[in-house]
Design a protein around this ligand. Structure first.
Ligand SMILES: [Zn+2]
Length: 220
């Protein structure tokens, strides 16, 4: 016997996955009930919309410096301004941590030197050590605040390797969760980001080890 919904629709064994509609009663696992189509109509359709206009801005190249000079470099400009405006999470002596304005994932951080250098081998010893230490701190802070299952860490060295702003070295720290990759980036050049950047910045700045929010205001 098939289980029948109010509107009379029934799916048979071929399409049954058990993941749609009401659960089948005992002995009826081959039938899946489809909810009434009216239940999916806006404005009360239970789906959340994910608006990602910043990705289109990025794809269009807006905000990208016209040359590699220090004068036009956003990574040199950001630490001279306000932490909230610049999405700065933490400031060290030689390096700082900032949220990526065009994140691959929620909580996508970058660790970078204040100094306008393009190549990893251009860092002096003290900068190298602080970049590494702040990368570790970024991971610890992100784990404490968001409990990701893993991270992608890395430096895209040069435009040919994918660096958006190749003139100023930056190390990516991208938290990962199971299932955070879906079809959207493939078919729509869109990422689903469930939290606003300003909220992420505040949460991470507050969770930063040691001085927390104080660290993020030291150089302002
Ligand atoms: Zn720079």
């Amino acid at each position: 016997m098939d289980v029948t919904a109010d509107d009379g629709e029934v799916w048979g064994a071929e399409t049954s996955t058990g993941s749609f509609g009401a659960p089948s009663p005992a002995g009826q696992e081959d039938a899946v009930v489809i909810e009434e189509p009216g239940a999916f109509a806006p404005p009360e359709d239970h789906y959340q919309r994910l608006w990602n206009p910043h990705r289109l801005v990025y794809i269009g190249g807006e905000g990208k410096p016209s040359d590699g000079s220090e004068r036009r470099c956003p990574f040199c400009r950001i630490p001279r301004g306000d932490d909230e405006q610049g999405l700065v999470v933490a400031r060290g002596e030689l390096c700082y941590v900032v949220l990526n304005l065009y994140p691959y994932n929620s909580g996508h951080l970058m660790v970078l030197p204040y100094r306008h250098v393009s190549d990893y081998t251009d860092l002096d010893e003290a900068e190298t050590l602080e970049l590494a230490a702040m990368t570790q701190a970024a991971m610890r802070t992100t784990r404490a605040a968001y409990a990701p299952a893993g991270f992608n860490l890395g430096i895209n060295q040069g435009e040919v390797a994918g660096a958006g702003i190749a003139a100023h070295l930056h190390q990516h720290v991208v938290p990962r969760w199971p299932g955070d990759s879906n079809f959207l980036p493939v078919v729509a050049q869109t990422k689903s980001l469930p939290e606003l950047l300003s909220d992420t910045r505040r949460r991470l700045a507050d969770a930063w080890p040691g001085t927390g929010a104080t660290a993020a205001s030291r150089h302002t």
